[in-house]
Design a protein around this ligand. Structure first.
Ligand code: SOE
Length: 364
């Protein structure tokens, strides 16, 4: 007799770009991962009923709701997924956790470090996740594996960029991502947060940093660009640059890591590839190898297509959700969770303080 799977009713809070990405992941995850649960796209919530109804019919949500508090109070909802402007993350996540829901939240977690830390405390008793999806790019997960196998040896340099040109587009500048009251910061929270999460994942803790920020648009109250110099606890040094004015770059999320035995290089715009330079080979053979990380024996090769049959942005969310649901069933903790995101926020907070004070800031 087949065992009945536990039903999880999901509520999506938000109906914009990222809510569509998450909706897709909820639909697709069961095709690619063996799920212990039966996911049900129960209700989508936002302010504008007409927009919600269109989103519900396009993305297969059963009901619409205009008040997130009503959702938190519902007994039949087990999962709350927060995909709204950053200022709303804390109240929804805290209320959701208090009601015993499983809480998933978009990045950056919070508007400030204090808020991030109190959110991390508030969700401790419930399963939780923050959508730092780029950890689950197979090439990034493979870079992690190669680092753990000491393939690049002792790290010397970590260099990251997250560059787009959205700030230079006059139609974008009026959105919530460009207002401090709703976003908390600009490129720092939106873009740098991803690079910092990947750096903490791949290269460990940052001990101190120096940052500069800049706003190109007159009167804008958030940063358009940020540049960071850092020391890592493992003895390596790093640089980060995030900008919304990098004209010519659409979504260039990169890292390069130089170690004593080799180098790794990744660019999201060519996300199925990871460059690996093996400095232990004979000098006359040393060169960067462009590995296509789609299997065999690559992360997620068993979940997605055959080797060489490339995957895309959406699969990183599907893999994040698949891993989360697997960990949930095994009663294991999942990363990145709210605590991991609070550590990212600690770096973002230090960057803002350093830029204002024009001094190095130590993270303790
Ligand atoms: C917009 O800048 C954005 O959608 C970010 O908010 C995402 O986190 C990033 O992954 C893609 O760009």
């Amino acid at each position: 007799m087949s065992q009945r799977k536990q039903k999880l009713n999901v509520a999506m809070i938000g109906s914009g770009f990222i809510a569509r990405v998450h909706s897709n992941a909820f639909h697709q995850v069961g095709y690619f991962f063996k799920l212990p649960n039966d996911l049900h796209l129960k209700v989508i919530c936002g302010r504008d009923r007409a927009k919600l109804e269109a989103a519900a019919s396009q993305w297969g949500w059963e009901e619409v709701e205009t008040d997130w508090r009503a959702i938190v109070g519902r007994e039949d909802i087990q999962v709350i997924d927060i995909a709204v402007p950053n200022a709303l993350h804390a109240p929804i996540a805290m209320a959701g956790a208090q009601a015993g829901k499983i809480v998933l939240c978009e990045k950056p977690l919070a508007m400030s470090l204090e808020e991030a830390e109190s959110m991390a405390r508030a969700v401790r008793h419930v399963p939780n996740l923050v959508w730092f999806n780029y950890r689950r790019v197979p090439a990034v997960a493979f870079a992690k594996r190669l680092i753990e196998e000491a393939r690049i040896g002792q790290t010397f340099h970590y260099r990251a960029t997250y560059l787009n040109q959205s700030g230079n587009d006059p139609t974008k500048g009026s959105g919530w991502r460009y207002r401090r009251a709703e976003a908390g910061s600009g490129a720092i929270g939106d873009l740098l947060s991803h690079s910092v999460d990947m750096a903490l994942y791949l290269n460990g803790a940052i001990t101190d940093l120096s940052a500069m920020t800049h706003a190109f648009a007159p009167g804008r109250d958030v940063d358009d660009a940020v540049i960071l110099s850092v020391h890592f606890a493992n003895g390596s040094i790093g640089s980060f640059e995030a900008s919304r004015y990098a004209v010519g770059c659409r979504n260039r999320n990169t890292f390069e890591i130089h170690g004593s035995r080799g180098m790794l290089r990744f660019n999201l715009e060519d996300m199925n590839r990871l460059e690996f330079y093996d400095a232990t080979e004979a000098p006359n053979l040393q060169a960067g190898r462009s590995l296509m990380v789609t299997g065999p024996d690559h992360p997620y090769a068993e979940n997605f297509w055959k080797p060489g049959h490339i995957i895309g942005y959406e699969h990183t969310f599907i893999a994040t959700l698949g891993d989360f649901l697997g960990a949930l069933a095994r009663e294991e903790s999942f990363h990145p969770n709210f605590e991991d995101a609070a550590l990212v926020q600690r770096v973002l907070d230090a960057a803002e303080r350093s830029a204002v004070s024009r001094t190095w800031v130590t993270l303790n």
